[in-house]
Design a protein around this ligand. Structure first.
Ligand code: C2E
Ligand code: CA
Ligand code: CA
Length: 278
């Protein structure tokens, strides 16, 4: 029994070693990628569900490594852990805002760029000034940019500051940027931050949209979120729309905006310009 135990331990330790080796390698690669800025942004269009007109795009980071793409769900948490997220975030904001500005000459310019922000980024003291500087250098009005934050980020942002009015987010919003709550419905159940902060939009999490066609409960929840959002004066956007049926239901429920594979997957800047802006 003792021997078996030790073997199990060896096996475990071997797997742990492999795991650590993989993580270490990923960290080295990530550090190099940050240095060389070898990331790319893809853009996914967002539409008004009333008019089906283009209202914006969400910028989503891509990391090509050797012959594959490392998904952001995998490397963003690592970047946070290794202290690399601020540099990555700066790359994302800079690239997305420059892109938005350069598309101003297109036949139908992009109305708004949505950019994901991590909590660490928002807590960095200079984030507000950084974004302001980007906007003025690129001659863009603040209402062309929408910052997507998750509910937990929102809570951290409030907790860190004594008064919710002094948060980096509310400073940005005073400047005229829009703020959207990402993955709405999956995080904190406390909705108190909604009344503290002047949020512009909630993005209903894809998991609810997935169940919309087949589960009565999902439909009730989505209906309630849209009602609540509207009564608070917020726009409601549904993410992860994949079928015409889901789109129909969301229209019936008076959802304002949507994005998802039904309209388009995230695509690179060149494809986006041809597909959406010409
Ligand atoms: P998210 O912000 O919730 O982004 C939406 C994700 O859903 C994207 O995955 C998008 O490609 C995917 N998606 C959109 N429509 C559909 C659909 O109809 N069906 C399905 N199955 N998926 C759809 P992606 O690009 O892999 O990003 C995953 C997550 O990584 C994002 O979730 C976000 O949390 C994070 N992320 C991505 N880019 C950035 C970034 O620039 N900065 C930060 N901080 N996080 C990012
Ligand atoms: Ca997002
Ligand atoms: Ca989301």
């Amino acid at each position: 029994a003792k021997k078996g135990g030790r073997n199990r331990y060896c096996l475990f330790s071997h797997q742990l070693n492999e795991e650590l080796r993989y993580l270490h390698e990923l960290e080295q690669n990530l550090r190099a990628a940050v240095k060389e800025k070898s990331f790319e942004l893809h853009y996914q269009p967002q539409y008004s569900l009333h008019t089906l007109k283009l209202v914006g795009a969400e910028a989503l980071i891509r990391w090509p490594l050797e012959n594959r793409q490392i998904p952001p769900d995998e490397f963003i948490p690592l970047a946070e852990k290794f202290g690399l997220i601020n540099e990555i975030g700066e790359f994302v904001f800079e690239t997305a805002i420059k892109q938005l500005s350069s598309w101003n000459d297109c036949p139908t310019p992009l109305p708004r760029m949505a950019i994901n922000a991590s909590s660490i980024q928002l807590l960095a003291g200079n984030f507000g000034a950084f974004v302001e500087g980007l906007l003025s250098r690129n001659k863009l009005s603040a209402d062309r940019v929408d910052i997507e934050v998750t509910e937990s980020v929102m809570m951290k942002n409030i907790e860190k500051n004594d008064s919710p009015d002094s948060t980096c987010l509310s400073l940005l919003q005073e400047k005229g940027l829009e703020i959207s709550i990402d993955d709405f419905g999956t995080g904190y159940s406390s909705l108190s931050y909604i009344k503290h902060l002047n949020i512009d939009r909630i993005k209903i999490d894809k998991s609810f949209i997935d169940d919309l066609e087949f589960h009565r409960e999902a439909r009730s929840i989505v209906k309630a979120i849209i009602k609540m959002g509207h009564s608070l004066g917020l726009k409601v956007l549904a993410e992860g729309i994949e079928t015409p049926n889901q789109l129909d239901i969301l229209k019936q429920l008076d959802c304002d905006e949507g994005q998802g594979f039904l309209f388009s997957k995230p695509i690179n800047a060149e494809k986006f310009r041809i597909k959406c802006l010409s």
